[in-house]
Design a protein around this ligand. Structure first.
Ligand code: RIB
Length: 312
């Protein structure tokens, strides 16, 4: 029986304002959208919620604004059973928000206004040290200042806690500060932006992952949406096949992948199985509308996993 893991997420929390529409307005034009959804989001918060729904104990280190959304975000964490004792409220700045535009194929375009997320400082990581030391894995993304990400990576290395870095949204990185990261997990476009290499085919993804390994991260996973994902580790590279689903909204699928992968790995499952499970968990999240609200419970997931895993 797999053991329950404890995942600490150091990252962002946003409120997502999602519109569903068939076309984009031209400059100066007003058009009607089809529908609207308001929900909790932010890459860090989404990963924390996915990990929690997959059955882990989860703690969040984050910063929100003292506005309508900040206290509601903290309540949302608490309602999900996530330790929010290290989610601070910053004065004089908005909470993170994300206007999201989903087209008729379920593809999303996102504009993030970081607000309070930008005030999450290395000192906040230090203040959470007692909590972080209990974690089986520390999970990081790029919607908080990079200096805070680097500081948390150094903490994870010092304390030998496995560390997963999801470089989303993509930013130029100082690889020297990411050396020794256990898993570096970009999607194709993030991998392209970070390395300057094209990532259109499986062959491209392999070359890009090898380049990233050469920069000093221990393992690379490039998520490739409907094409599955590619793993590079010290043994070489391998492809993990996708699961087919009827997608309506892909928002948060990458976060569902990261949060669930941290849990499956923390439970002691073999790396390839953890990746296949995370691929299915992410795919299933695209079958419902919204971000966190599209994530499946562990019970629902396991039923689907039993049905599908034998066929891959
Ligand atoms: O990955 C999806 C997330 O990106 C959304 O929840 C939005 O808040 C942005 O952070």
């Amino acid at each position: 029986m797999a053991s329950q893991s404890f995942i600490a997420v150091v990252g962002s929390a946003n409120v997502d304002l999602t519109t569903f529409h068939d076309a984009f307005p031209k400059p100066g034009e007003t058009i009607f959208g089809k529908s609207f959804d308001l929900g909790f989001g932010g890459k860090g918060a989404n990963q924390a919620v996915a990990a929690r729904l997959c059955g882990a104990n989860v703690a969040m280190v984050a910063k929100v604004g003292n506005d309508l959304f900040g206290p509601a975000t903290i309540k949302n964490f608490e309602a999900q059973g996530i330790d929010a004792s290290r989610v601070g409220i910053a004065e004089g700045v908005s909470s993170g928000v994300a206007p999201i535009f989903v087209d008729r194929e379920g593809q999303n375009r996102i504009i993030v206004v970081k607000g309070a997320n930008d005030l999450l400082a290395p000192e906040d990581v230090d203040a959470a040290e007692a909590l972080l030391r209990k974690a089986n894995a520390i999970v990081l993304q790029f919607e908080i200042p990079l200096r805070t990400v680097y500081h948390a990576v150094e903490f994870a290395k010092r304390t030998a806690i496995p560390c997963i870095v999801n470089p989303a949204p993509a930013l130029p990185v100082d690889f020297a500060r990411l050396r020794g990261v256990d898993y570096f997990i970009p999607n194709e476009s993030e991998a392209e932006t970070i390395t300057g290499m094209p990532v259109d085919t499986a062959g491209d993804a392999k070359q890009c992952a090898q380049f990233l390994m050469e920069q000093g991260v221990k393992r690379v996973v490039i998520t490739r949406g409907e094409h599955g994902c590619l793993l590079a580790n010290e043994e070489g590279t391998g492809l993990v096949p996708p699961f087919q689903v009827a997608s309506v909204d892909t928002t948060g699928a990458g976060d569902a992948f990261i949060g669930s992968f941290a849990v499956f790995l923390g439970e002691g499952r073999p790396e390839k199985e953890a990746l296949r499970r995370a691929s299915l968990y992410a795919a299933l999240s695209t079958t419902k509308v919204g971000t966190q609200k599209s994530f499946w419970s562990r019970t629902e997931f396991e039923k689907e996993w039993q049905k599908r895993s034998a066929s891959v």
